[in-house]
Design a protein around this ligand. Sequence first.
Ligand code: CP
Ligand code: NVA
Length: 304
Amino acid sequence: MKQDLLNFLHWTPEQLFPLLELAKQVKQSPVEYQTKLAGKAIVGLFEKPSLRTRLSFDIGINKLGGSFHYLDSKQDKLAGRETTKDTAANIGCWADAIVARVYSHETLQVMAKSTEVPVINALCDLYHPCQAVADYLTITEAFGDVQKPQIAYVGDGNNVAHSLMIVGAILGAKINVVVPSGFEPDKQVIEQSAALAKQYGGVIEVTSGIENFTQADVIYTDTWLSMGDDTPLEEIKSQFAPFQLNQDMMQKTGAQFAMHCQPAHRELEITSEVMDSQQSLLMQQAENRMHGQNAILLTLLNCI
Ligand code: CP
Ligand code: NVA
């Protein structure tokens, strides 16, 4: 049976740790994997812009001997021409997998149901699972173990926070999500990740307000306004300003490292001083997008 990757919610540590291990192997020994996707065609269907996701899939797939076929659903005038169901079913006639970046998670669910080939979530309103794989690979490289560091996510309780929580909970990580009041992660995601953490030995905490945020080994942040959110920046800026990842926050919490999925907005959610410092893991995360996704493709397409 084909396996989609929409959000990792149903994965176990016995599946996730080997996925991270495979990503490490692909990174360390690229030559061993250079023909593993030979003859495989992967279609990238994007409703929103992307630098990292699009290119890391494209280049990564090429490095494994496969081919990537990018469709911009707006530019190519695909949106509205036929149903999502029909689009996905047709792509499945030629391709071996679909990588899709969409506005609504429901679009991915419809796609997954309508096609014979795996559908991989390249970001939606609720989740960014490929990002989380790169992030935990990066944390493993920085600390030797995902369970050791106290991880803090500071800022908006968004798609990136959700996937960090879900994947972290399954891996047994300790995460404190620190957000302005009213910008908490989705209630269901909090409940689901808390239950997974309980099952697998992780800790997921959500803290509204910055006052009690005093300790972290690594601090992660993301944009205050995600793609598709038209709220004017001025409306939310003052609420988010105390959550800026800056040198003062790094020092006060004793954090060794800073993380951000990028694109970053310098001097808003993160300062240049932190982003360009020795403590920044941002480019390591960006590089690991490719290795993590290659591991995902090799696993879902049974090409290991
Ligand atoms: N982090 C990330 O997904 O970046 P892009 O939006 O550029 O793909
Ligand atoms: N939360 C951001 C992540 C971008 C990679 C967004 O959805 O726009």
